[in-house]
Design a protein around this ligand. Structure first.
Ligand SMILES: Cc1ncc(COP(=O)(O)O)c(C=O)c1O
Length: 477
């Protein structure tokens, strides 16, 4: 008899992905301006640290919100006892209003249709549990957020079938790619339960176009019993044109309303939005996520499931006060996007000076960076080789495209909002030196003491990765 369950011992969590391994390496040797100036700079974490001062200033002016008080009186006991998994009504109202504000109030959201979850991670998994059986599939455009292998597949047993997008059209979703993915699922005998997109995209940093969104709605409309999930976690993290267009706006423009007499009613039941305050407000530690759905059965089931990952009542109370302050939210959204725009520009121009291009983008906390010209060959092995050099020799943790299931070797996701300007400048300086040395010197490096030390850790890294590969292969057998 086995001591542990198959789930506890299986390897499908995805933590062996280079995306998470890069974080581990960073943790062992984190850059610090004073204490560890040669350490690894974390550029593999999509965190927004640019606007904390705005929130800190609000907190100092509104001490009741974090001090468990209402009108100066303690509500500690009320919050300590609160346990209704439907959430605090004032928070749900404030959250849906904030979601509408991000969308320029072109659409509204009903607080009765929102389910609160511990971040989007939990929201996405909960939706999988509600919409699909083990062994059924969702189609996802590539490249996609590496965490989806964990969030959508690991505990649910749901499969992801990639919609293969590529650089020839800036990674846009095409009808052909969508049909091919559908066909691929059929060939694998997988029942397709829907399509899931991230809009704006992680890792591309681009927003979906109206025609792409309409194509996706058409697709689920034609194929009965299929869902469309739109993870809009970066909806307030758009800093330049084109503007963000939510799938909810598409439904509205098409006159698809719930309770309308035509078959549009039925389509509304199959479109679900995921949101979180982890990116737009930079609060991943607070674990504030949500599912928005017009489907009452989904809302009811997901609410019951949310018992496994609720948002604490004091967090809900704090955020309901903050988000109800419309002067604050308006100023925050404008100022935050100004800062993101400036930081994005810094990264793009820093890379340009090194001869590196990025996919043109308007959103997100990262750029999708084209380093194909730095590969020794057009292979994923060469991508890993380059990535290891960048982690160990250059001291930058960036995320290889292969960890995002990109089909073309040589693309990397590089984050820009989780560090200071000085650190970003240093990162660009390190990268420039590396590129000049490796391209100008025919890819050879000086064998000084420092590079010997680095290559010995590179050897260890290669060994560690290959032993993992070996173990994985054993497990697969
Ligand atoms: C597209 C996407 N969805 C979900 C998540 C998870 O976010 P949360 O912190 O809200 O769980 C992330 C985090 O990076 C993400 O990029």
């Amino acid at each position: 008899m086995k001591l542990l369950s198959t789930k506890a011992t299986c390897n499908s969590h995805g933590q062996d992905s280079s995306y998470f391994l890069g974080w581990e390496e960073y943790e062992k040797n984190p850059y610090d301006e004073v204490h560890n100036p040669k350490g690894i700079i974390q550029m593999g974490l999509a965190e927004n640290q640019l606007s904390f001062d705005l929130m800190e200033s609000w907190l100092s002016k509104n001490p009741d919100a974090s001090g468990f008080k209402r009108d100066g009186k303690s509500i500690f006991r009320e919050l300590a006892l609160f346990q209704d998994y439907h959430g605090i009504p004032s928070f749900k109202k404030a959250l849906v209003d904030f979601m509408a504000e991000i969308r320029g109030n072109k659409v509204t959201f009903d607080p009765n249709h929102i389910v609160l979850t511990a971040g989007s991670t939990s929201a996405n998994e909960t939706l999988m549990f509600c919409l699909a059986e083990k062994g059924e599939a969702f189609l996802l455009p590539t490249p996609y957020y590496p965490g989806f292998d964990r969030d959508l597949k690991w505990r649910t047993g749901v499969e992801i079938v990639p919609i293969q997008c590529n650089s020839s059209n800036n990674f846009q979703i095409t009808q052909q790619a969508l049909q091919q993915a559908y066909q691929e699922a059929q060939n694998r005998n997988l029942k397709v339960k829907g399509v899931m997109v991230t809009n704006p995209s992680n890792p591309l940093g681009t927003t979906l176009s109206r025609s792409e969104l309409n194509m996706l709605v058409d697709f689920i409309k034609d194929k009965k019993n299929m869902h469309l999930i739109s993870d809009e976690i970066y909806s307030g993290t758009v800093f330049t044109s084109p503007n963000f267009l939510s799938v909810m706006e598409i439904l509205k423009d098409r006159n698809y309303f719930k309770d309308s007499s035509n078959d549009a009613d039925e389509v509304c039941d199959r479109v679900h939005v995921v949101y979180s305050l982890s990116k737009d407000l930079g609060l991943p530690g607070f674990r504030i996520g949500a599912i928005y759905s017009e489907n009452t059965t989904v809302v009811s089931a997901a609410t019951k499931m949310s018992s496994f990952g609720l948002i604490s009542s004091q967090t809900q109370y704090l955020l309901s006060s903050m988000l109800s302050d419309k002067k604050f939210t308006k100023n925050y959204l404008v100022e935050n996007s100004k800062r993101l725009k400036q930081r994005h520009k810094m990264l793009v121009s820093g890379l340009q000076k090194t001869g590196i291009k990025c996919l043109e983008s308007n959103a997100g906390l990262y750029c999708w960076v084209d380093m194909r010209h730095l590969l020794n060959s057009n292979t994923f092995e060469a991508e890993m080789e380059l990535w290891k050099k960048i982690v160990y020799e250059v001291g930058l943790n960036i995320s290889p495209g292969s960890s995002c299931h990109c089909t073309e070797p040589g693309w990397f996701r590089v984050c820009f909002a989780n560090m200071s300007e000085e650190t970003l400048k240093l990162a660009m300086k390190r990268l420039k030196e590396f590129v000049v040395e490796s391209t100008g010197n025919n890819n050879t490096r000086n064998t000084n003491t420092q590079s010997k030390r680095k290559s010995s850790s590179l050897t260890k890294w290669v060994f560690r990765l290959s032993s993992r590969d070996h173990r994985d292969r054993q497990e697969e057998r």
